[in-house]
Each structure stands twice: as structure tokens, then as C-alpha cells.
Design a binder for this molecule. Structure first.
Ligand code: RNT
Ligand code: ZN
Length: 432
């Protein structure tokens, strides 16, 4: 593991960015694609940046915390944020190098507990006041998550579906508190907070009772959601999963379980790209689920052979996800969150690479000749559809991307890496 050494020796000048863009604009216009519209629309889409990329899902409850719950962070790149101050400084740096205005996705363990031991069933909006004040200045909003892992009461792999009423009650109270905190953020920031419930509950080996825990989970959720909260302040989401480390044979909150629950109870369903069979993609699920639900949350992630939460890249699947949202007219209804944690490379760079990849995927989806493609398909001309889709792959999107960065006051290309290298020396290397 070595520090960032790569130096971008040459970057396009402003004039080159403009000239390249003009050529690209004409090229896209030949297919009836409006690059100006695409950049404008792109600037209005917030991505919810997951705070947990900054400190390996540690949080501020316990300095030695590891997530557990079937998720794992690998790598020990120096410079992990150890305090709220450091994490905020890192997020600010990251946000300054990403085009657009974005949200921050917090986990309950990231509260401002001021060194006090606050049990998870006792957390309250007051522990998040400093975050709300910070978020007003730096973000387009905050999203939230109960933390039902990395805790003695989750050590045997069960939380909301636990056999013990007492353990269930504890996690129910925690989730209820989290919805209140969500509503607090929503009110403070005048934009609904999405509070997303994910629990690790499951079994390593084949269970004989698959039903019991699922019934208990449904009951717990009913109790958590019993109180109506103004959807302008807080929206509830539930996240499914296929398996986790140590829960290979059975996951209580499976896809079918939560999809059914969300439809029945008018909740948002959260699709995490890493929570399905390795060859199964979530892009196809988007339109299917949107026939039943009004809104959804995405955890854009990259599983490599398993739910490994690799940094998101501009992969075919991420582009396909963006295309499904744009083509379906679901912008504003499908919320983009990121969910990856990589400690093997510079953590800020990981955030920037992943978030920029998501934004590039959206740009690519907006640079489609929707009419031409739609006409070809409707008239049964699948030859043209395929030919056109292939053509699009080599159009000069990079020139539009650089122009978009310039319009947002950012340097083109990978110039951001210089700044992160600088930050690594001046800031991260001082953290031991
Ligand atoms: C775990 C889920 C969940 C977590 C975060 C930290 O598999 O994807 O979303 O990654 O809550
Ligand atoms: Zn997730």
C-alpha cells in the first residue's frame, strides 16, 4: 500500500474543454440529443453519500468498533477518520470535488455523543443537532439508518427477529428513535430524510424454522412504523439481502419478504446492488417494482463474487440502473444512495471515484436519443435499436463530462487526484 504518486502532468485548458465540448455537442445533436438539457438535469440529482466510507463503518460510539453483522471492511490504508471533526473535514473535501449538490447518509452510530455512552435505544435528535447544523451548510439533505449491528445485543446474529422479546424490544426502540431523528433532519433541512432499516438477521446453517423469525420481523416492523410521520419529514425504507458472512443459509429479511412488506405497508423498498445472486442485476427490478410502489431507494454498490461492497465504477450494470431510472421517468422518485466501503485505497478517493461513477452513469443515461430508440423498438426494428445502442457507446461523453465539471467550477478529468494526494500528505498522514 503506497501513497498516491500519480501526477496528472497535463490537463485540458478551459479553451480545450470548450472546443471539445462544442464538437461533442454537435455530434450528439445529430441524433437529436440535447447535451445542455442533460447537464442541467444532472445538476438537479442528489446522490446520498454514505458517511461510512470514511471510517470503515466504525462510528463514534466505540473507537474499536467493527461492523460485524455479516459485513466486513478489508484493507488498512492510513488516514481513517477517527472523530466527527475528521469525518466532516473529509466529507467536505470529497463534496468539494464532486459536481452537483449532494446528500449525506448517516448511520445511528455516527451521533455526536460527546464522549458519553448513549445506548442505542436512547439516542435522540439532540445527538444529531451538530450534524443538522453542519448539513445545512454543506449538503442538500440527510438520510438516516438505524445501526442494528456491531453491538452485544446483535452478537448472536438476530435483532428485530430475535426469539427474545427483550432483545426485539431494544432494537424496536432503537428504530423508533431513528425515525424521530429522521423526522428531525427532514424538518431542519426542509427535505424528507429517508430512514432505511436493514438488519443482519440470519443463520449460518440451514434453519428448520424459516417462518418464525420472518413473522417476528414483520411484527417488529409494524411496531416501528406504528406512528405516522409526515412524509415531508421522514420516509421509511426497508432493505433486503440474500446472505451475509455467517448468515449464508438464511436471511430473514429476504427480497420477497421486504418487497411484500413494502407494497403492503406503503414503504420505500431499498434495492442494494450487492444483495442478490452474483449474476442477478437490480436494473431489471426497477420497473417491475415501480409498477407497485411510488418511490424507491437504491444502494448502489459493486459486489465482486459476493456482497463485497467494492467501490462503484462506471460498469454496465451501473449504467443500466441509471438508464432504467431515466427511461422510466423515475427521477425524483427513485433515490440514489451509495453503499460501499473500501479501506484498501485512499478513502476519500474511493468516495470520489464511486460518486463520480454514479453521476457519469446518469449523464450517460441522459445522453440517449430516447425518441429514436423508442421509435425503433415500437416499430419492431430491433436491428436499428441494437445498432444505435452500440453507436452510443463511443460517442464523446468525456467531453460533455469535462464541460459539466467546468460548469460546476471543477477542473476537468482526474485533476481532483492531485488535490487528494495533497490532502493525504497534509491531513491523512498526520492521523496515526
Ligand atoms: C448491508 C447493507 C447495509 C449496510 C449499511 C452500512 O449489507 O447493505 O445497507 O451496508 O447500512
Ligand atoms: Zn446496503
Amino acid at each position: 500500500m503506497s501513497p498516491i504518486q500519480f501526477h496528472i502532468r497535463k490537463n485540458p485548458t478551459d479553451q480545450q474543454v470548450t472546443e471539445n465540448y462544442e464538437i461533442a455537442r454537435e455530434r450528439y445533436a445529430m441524433l437529436g440529443i440535447d447535451t445542455e438539457w442533460a447537464m442541467q438535469a444532472l445538476a438537479a440529482i442528489p446522490i446520498s453519500l454514505h458517511c461510512w466510507q470514511g471510517d470503515d463503518v466504525g462510528g463514534f460510539e466505540n473507537p474499536d468498533a467493527t461492523p460485524g453483522g455479516g459485513i466486513a471492511v478489508t484493507g488498512n490504508y492510513p488516514g481513517k477518520a477517527r472523530t466527527i471533526k475528521e469525518l466532516r473535514r473529509d466529507v467536505e473535501k470529497v463534496l468539494s470535488l464532486i459536481p452537483g449538490k449532494h446528500r449525506l447518509n448517516l448511520h445511528a452510530i455516527y451521533g455526536d455523543f460527546e464522549g458519553q455512552k448513549v445506548e442505542r435505544d436512547s439516542i435522540a435528535p439532540k445527538h444529531f443537532e451538530s450534524w443538522a447544523a453542519w448539513a445545512k451548510e454543506h449538503t442538500a439533505g440527510v438520510d438516516f439508518n438505524p445501526t442494528c449491528f456491531g453491538h452485544p445485543k446483535a452478537a448472536d446474529g438476530f435483532t428485530l427477529s430475535h426469539q427474545s422479546q427483550g432483545v426485539r424490544d431494544f432494537w424496536i426502540e432503537h428504530c423508533i428513535a431513528c425515525r424521530e431523528i429522521g423526522a428531525y433532519f427532514g424538518e431542519q433541512l426542509s427535505t424528507a430524510c429517508i430512514t432505511n432499516v436493514w438488519v443482519p438477521d440470519g443463520m449460518k446453517d440451514v434453519p428448520v424454522d424459516r417462518l418464525g423469525p420472518r413473522k417476528r420481523l414483520a411484527e417488529s416492523l409494524d411496531r416501528i412504523f406504528a406512528k405516522e410521520i409526515d412524509p415531508k419529514k421522514n420516509l421509511d425504507a426497508v432493505e433486503s439481502k440474500l446472505f451475509g458472512i455467517g448468515a449464508e443459509s438464511y436471511t430473514v429479511g429476504s427480497h420477497e419478504f421486504y418487497l411484500g412488506y413494502a407494497i403492503q405497508n406503503h414503504k420505500l423498498y431499498c434495492l442494494d446492488a450487492g444483495h442478490f445472486h452474483p449474476t442477478e442485476s437490480i436494473s431489471d427490478k426497477v420497473s417491475a417494482i415501480m409498477c407497485q410502489l411510488d418511490e424507491m431507494l437504491l444502494h448502489v454498490s459493486r459486489g465482486v463474487r459476493w456482497d463485497s461492497d467494492h467501490v462503484v465504477t462506471l460498469s454496465d450494470e451501473v449504467v443500466a440502473i441509471a438508464q432504467e431510472v431515466v427511461r422510466g421517468g423515475f427521477l425524483g422518485k427513485i433515490h440514489f444512495g451509495l453503499d460501499f466501503f473500501d479501506a484498501s485505497i485512499n478513502r476519500l478517493a474511493a468516495w470520489i471515484i464511486g460518486t463520480r461513477a454514479m453521476i457519469k452513469a446518469l449523464l450517460s443515461a441522459m445522453l440517449e436519443p430516447a425518441e429514436l430508440l423508442g421509435d425503433a423498438e415500437r416499430s419492431g426494428d430491433y436491428t436499428s435499436r441494437l445498432a444505435l445502442l452500440e453507436e452510443l457507446k463511443t460517442l464523446p461523453m468525456g467531453a460533455v463530462w469535462d464541460r459539466y465539471l467546468a460548469g460546476q467550477g471543477l477542473a476537468p478529468g482526474a485533476a481532483w487526484l492531485e488535490e487528494i494526494a495533497e490532502y493525504e500528505t497534509s491531513e491523512l498522514s498526520t492521523r496515526s
